[in-house]
Design a protein around this ligand. Structure first.
Ligand SMILES: [Zn+2]
Length: 311
């Protein structure tokens, strides 16, 4: 899927919850409908293409007096298409939440890379949201797994509804995969630290210089690491993460900076949900590493389903 076709569910700048612009709802409905219809058209034999054309036509007509009637129709179209997409594909439904990061990480580039790796594996149907308030959405439950692809300790916490939305989602069986600097976010949100198991506390966590190091597979029998061997990568080796939650370490690395063996990929439970944290992935080169990509793909599928079927 080309970059321009990544469906952006909720724009960070749109003020989606709550909407203050009375026309924002229309625009959003149009955007979502177009996006879903296009994606559906691309992934079916093409019969849905006429829907895209119809929507384009209707969009022009929207400017006339029939807004209300058409809007009701569109909701129906959007709803039925979404239903069809979910039913027809049988893929793991993934939501990447991104939209902010420190200057040394370009979140858009980074999340597009993660999107591409997952999409190319053929196992996933990936949507991107650039608004952390998406955790408050009733749509969250439609996803099998949420990927946290952001990181900045100065970023404001999500609203209360969004915070409990994410926690409830995982408690009820939703999967979470936290990537790289996601563990630094929301420093004062204590339950976020419990959810992730280990977090980067400002002034405590750190890493030596970006460069090559060896990652050791600690549990080659786990579905996420099965078939993988120790590998060398070029990345940041996160060290001295904070937390005493019970975690199962699947991959680790020795940090000269901390003088300790540090957890690199680890899993835990939160309620009924599965949580995976993979602290690798600083640069685009880091993300091109084949073992990194395997750990990412396997981690996302396992967090969603408890199994790994991707080859
Ligand atoms: Zn980094």
């Amino acid at each position: 899927m080309a970059d321009s076709q990544i469906p952006i569910l909720h724009s960070r700048n749109a003020g989606v919850w709550p909407s203050v612009d009375p026309t924002a709802g229309w625009q959003r409905l149009l955007a979502v409908t177009r996006s879903v219809a296009l994606q559906f058209a691309l992934e079916t034999n093409g019969w849905a293409l006429h829907l895209v054309a119809t929507i384009g036509f209707l969009e022009v007509r929207m400017r006339s007096l029939v807004k209300t009637v058409l809007a009701v129709m569109w909701v129906g179209i959007a709803f039925s298409i979404s239903g069809n997409v979910q039913a027809a594909e049988g893929k793991v439904k993934v939501l990447i939440v991104t939209g902010f990061d420190v200057a040394s990480h370009k979140w858009e580039e980074s999340s597009r890379a993660v999107h591409a790796i997952l999409q190319e594996s053929g196992r996933f149907d990936v949507t991107v949201s650039t608004d952390k308030e998406v955790f408050a959405s009733s749509e969250l439950k439609d996803y099998d797994v949420v990927i946290l692809s952001y990181g900045f300790w100065k970023e404001a916490e999500p609203g209360e509804q969004a915070k409990s939305g994410l926690l409830d989602y995982v408690r009820n069986g939703g999967g979470v995969v936290a990537l790289h600097f996601a563990c630094s976010s929301f420093q004062d949100w204590q339950e976020y630290a419990v959810l992730l198991g280990r977090v980067w506390k400002q002034g405590v966590g750190g890493h030596g210089p970006y460069g090559e190091f060896e990652v050791n597979i600690k549990d080659p029998k786990h579905p996420i690491t099965k078939g993988l061997q120790d590998f060398t990568t070029e990345d940041e080796l996160y060290s001295k993460l904070t937390g005493d939650e019970e975690i199962e370490v699947l991959a680790s690395a020795y940090s000269e900076w901390s003088g300790k063996v540090e957890p690199i990929v680890f899993v835990k439970r939160y309620g009924e949900g599965r949580v995976v944290q993979n602290v690798l992935g600083h640069s685009m080169a880091s993300k091109q590493n084949a073992a990194y990509q395997r750990l990412l793909i396997n981690g996302v599928e396992w967090a969603a389903t408890g199994n790994v079927t991707a080859k």
